[in-house]
Design a protein around this ligand. Sequence first.
Ligand code: KE4
Length: 420
Amino acid sequence: MTIFERAKLVIPGGVNSPVRAFGSVGGEPYFVERADGAYIYADGKRYIDYVSSWGPMILGHNEPSINAALKAAVDRGVSYGAPTLLEVELAELTCEMLPSVDMVRMVSSGTEAVMSAIRVARGFTGRNLIVKFEGCYHGHSDSLLVKGGSGMLTLAQPSSLGVPADITKNTLVADYNDIASVEALFNKYSGQIACLIVEPVAANMGVVLPKEGFLQALRDLTTREGALLIFDEVITGFRLSAGGAQEYYNVMPDLTTLGKIIGGGLPVGAYGGRRDIMELVSPSGAVYQAGTLSGNPLAMTAGLATLKKLQEPNFYEKLNKKATILWAGFADNLKKLGKNYAFNAVGSLACLFFTDKRVDSFKSAMTSDTKLYAKYFHGMLERGIALAPAQFEAMFACAALSDTALDTTIKAHYEVVRGL
Ligand code: KE4
């Protein structure tokens, strides 16, 4: 019996998060034994890791200063259920780094951060409706497990069993990069929309960049309509720059949700933003939200150590230089091979789509040939390169990538794409 077969006896689908099961690429998932730097070690093999735990491991695995901080923290006890200075320090650092964030609440996942931010937006505005974009993913809370209604101007339908239509009827779905679709919703439901939540760079339909002016148009529209703008920066936060996408694109949301990098790989989510909004959160205000392990001292330790490393001089310049070498290598390969697959990249985030269409929307992203992606995925895996086991995810470059690893990846990419 393989580990996977054993796992499936006691864990639904054999995994603790669906994408890990290789469902969309086929085959059995590898089970990781350990990780170090830019590598993961699984089933006795070594892989260059571009999954990067779906974003948190921006420094690479086993980063010495983070490990040392964690090892020392363990000896002070792992959880107290009482406030610590660590939480204050991570909150202060988060507010210092993210230009629109005056106040922040720690939770334990991105899902929890988004669910809570939406509740605060509803509490602050006294409105119930929310707007999201088709193809953007914001975790698995009921309000957000939706697919577009029959026309885009109708209330959303549940996209998962077990999600009551009574809940999703408060969710409206627009088209990413199509400001007219958002205006139409605000015109139809004027005065009823509490917030609009958006991934400033969409990274859950593959990577789709915001068109010039799109984010600012969302900012202007929500301000005019008295709705709150929520940037879901669970992926882009501390990834695109020290100040996330809001600094990178210079558009300031009212609330920001965070996860992944802020915990350095340990379970941390967070939501924060304008003081007048965040003071509504219990116990200072009447919007209830709580969590046993929120602000866990080990997680705070890992998050603090991580963000401090990101503040080192030229961290992003060095990381993005590595990423640019990789993306340029891929583009060069595609050109040499006469393949015009779409390739979207920003900073250390990228995605290769198996379509010749320009990918700037959910609809165009969906033209990608997922069977071809599966062949590409396995071809790269056979050559020791671990990519996301699904087309509509992102590739993450980390700071621990050596020139050799970059070169190996570019060479493998050439061979695999040539054989497709
Ligand atoms: P978590 O609850 O998984 O910590 O965060 C949810 C979430 C919220 N917002 C954005 C923009 C996200 O990308 C995510 C989670 N991202 C996925 C990867 N696409 C996590 C991987 C997984 O589901 O296992």
